[in-house]
Design a protein around this ligand. Structure first.
Ligand SMILES: C[S@@+](CC[C@H](N)C(=O)[O-])C[C@H]1O[C@@H](n2cnc3c(N)ncnc32)[C@H](O)[C@@H]1O
Length: 534
């Protein structure tokens, strides 16, 4: 079903079904007329509650991959707490040449200062501010940005009771956060006291402002805007529980709505989950991040498995004699447990594992951008992969991920400059990455779409070269190019989920052209009639 087009008359539709958000109508009359049909598929999820997860979502029916589960408008969005000065209208990085004519905060332009998200919120509050702190350093964090999303949330109280109530149903984890002395004190000074005593917001008591800070900490989602990471707080999206291998994937529209789709088929009754952390981190790092930022211990099946479901994303190479085994934590849910070899008696305390990982991270951080980036990353891979850590260790996979994109896109290493051996290297990196992603980011996920896109380029150029050098027959070329076409179609289906102005959306648009190009080669070289892909 297409959102934006009425299923009854095919005219433009802007009244979205408020229960499932997956269909829009031109009028209430057509919505009523369509209900008999739509009720078969409406209400895709149910909200449940238990002592472990609090509120969470489950599938109300079988859901196919790619189906929209939620299309949620934000209650508030804006700069993350710890941010350098950015425009409060378009969220671009600033150089300080323009300031809002009313509140005097740095912005981009008049049109940005008139954006309702700014003009109707902090702009009004800061105009009343007795002495607004001056922003003059545009590189480092400035404390005033810690209050922006909080103010935008607080303003809901007098603007929309319904949205204010939705916000107040969220989990703030106040008791835990109160125990985090440094965080609580910083919030108290930089936000609570600043808003109450300097911005005339005494009508909100201290607990209320701390709770709003908690709602934002626990429930907000990172969103990308013009290459800057900001955050949004969504009343329904925030209900999804976390799982380190989730069954959904989300994208953000130009007007900051969050669209959540099933990345894999979800069975009726199954929990609908998202990932609160970075899927390409190891278990120790993911669990620590979740504990510190979302205040719970993740015990999902990936976290509980010493080998991270056979991927070995955290496994260390055993260094005892000529042992070929790997060290993994016997019980990864106990962060202090010794790591033991799967092939000999060797044991390693977790501190030593962390020291080794820290040292490799330092080596990675020391690598500079530029023409020697690719060889430097390859050298690091050669030094550590299967020598100190498993070839799928998350640090190795992070290098593999970078290399899968860098070959063919870096000055001096553009796709036409690459030898067939280097194209094969790109192919290998894409395949190694996809093998891991198939387990930890399965289905229709952005990173899989992008990696399939990179793989198509390597295969396409290898096939063309080999055919030109008579190392491949026309039939073999055809087989290879059919694989390339399939990769392009699969990648496009995923990348089209992203906004057209994002890097992924731009790639999705160019894929039609790539498909036509491949079809032309098939037509000219493989002696077949033209195909009609769109
Ligand atoms: C974004 S909120 C999710 C909605 C929340 N359950 C509610 O009732 O409003 C995140 C919080 O939900 C709970 N939660 C989410 N996923 C969980 C998980 N896998 N295990 C335990 N608690 C989880 C934790 O309390 C976490 O801080």
């Amino acid at each position: 079903m297409e959102v934006g087009k009425c299923p009854v008359c095919s005219k433009k539709a802007d009244k979205t079904c408020s229960a499932c958000h997956s269909v829009s109508y031109c009028s209430s009359d057509h919505q009523k007329r369509h209900w008999k049909e739509h009720k078969k598929t409406c209400r895709i999820y149910l909200v449940k509650k238990n002592d472990v997860f609090g509120r969470y979502l489950v599938a109300a029916r079988d859901i196919t991959a790619g189906t929209i589960i939620l299309n949620d408008a934000p209650l508030a969005y804006g700069p993350k707490q710890n941010t350098r000065p950015i425009c409060l209208g378009c969220y671009k990085i600033l150089d300080g040449t323009y300031t809002c004519s009313k509140c005097h905060l740095p912005m981009c332009s008049l049109s940005c200062e008139e954006e309702p998200a700014h003009a109707e919120n902090e702009c009004q509050v800061f105009q009343r501010c007795k002495s607004i702190p001056k922003v003059s350093n545009f590189v480092d964090h400035h404390p005033i940005y810690e209050s922006i999303v909080t103010v935008r949330c607080l303003m809901l109280r007098d603007r929309s009771l319904k949205l204010w109530q939705a916000l107040n149903q969220m989990e703030p984890h106040n008791e835990i956060r109160k125990g985090m002395i440094e965080l609580w004190h910083r919030n108290q000074v930089n936000t609570v006291e600043f808003l109450r005593s300097r911005c005339n917001m005494e009508s909100f008591d201290e607990d209320c402002i701390h709770s709003v800070l908690g709602f934002c900490d626990v429930n907000s989602f990172e969103i990308r805007s013009h290459g800057v990471e900001i955050c949004g707080i969504y009343p329904n999206v925030c209900l999804m529980a976390h799982d380190c291998i989730s069954n959904t994937h989300h994208s953000v529209t130009e007007d900051y709505r969050m669209v959540v789709r099933a990345s894999v088929p979800i069975k009726k009754g199954e929990m609908i989950t998202t990932v609160y952390t970075h899927t390409l981190d190891g278990t120790l790092e993911r669990r620590q991040y979740i504990k510190e930022s979302k205040f719970f211990d993740c015990v999902c099946k990936r976290c509980a498995d010493p080998t991270e479901l056979g991927t070995h994303l955290s496994s260390i190479k055993c260094q005892k004699g000529r042992c070929t085994g790997y060290l993994t934590p016997v019980n990864p849910l106990d962060k202090d447990v010794n790591w033991t070899c799967d092939n000999c008696e060797n044991k390693l305390p977790v501190q030593k594992v962390q020291k080794l990982v820290g040292e490799i991270k330092e080596e990675m951080d020391a690598i500079k951008e530029g023409e020697s980036l690719i060889p430097s990353l390859e050298n690091l891979l050669e030094k550590h992969s299967e020598i100190t850590v498993h070839k799928n260790h998350y640090l190795m996979i992070s290098i593999v991920h970078s290399l899968s994109e860098l070959y063919g896109r870096t000055k001096g290493w553009l796709i036409d400059d690459l030898s067939t051996n280097l194209l094969r290297r790109k192919e290998q990196h894409c395949r190694d990455l996809l093998q891991v992603l198939d387990i930890i980011e399965p289905g229709m996920t952005r990173i899989r779409g992008l990696t399939m896109y990179e793989l198509h380029a390597a295969l396409y150029f290898i096939a063309q070269r080999e055919f030109t050098n008579d190392a491949m027959t026309a039939d073999e070329l055809k087989v290879q190019l059919d694989t390339v076409l399939q990769l392009l179609r699969d990648a496009q289906e995923i990348l089209l989920f992203d906004c057209p102005n994002t890097p992924e959306g731009v790639i999705a648009k160019t894929i039609d052209e790539s498909i036509n190009g491949v079809n032309q080669v098939i037509k000219h070289c493989c002696n077949t009639t033209e195909r009609t892909d769109t």
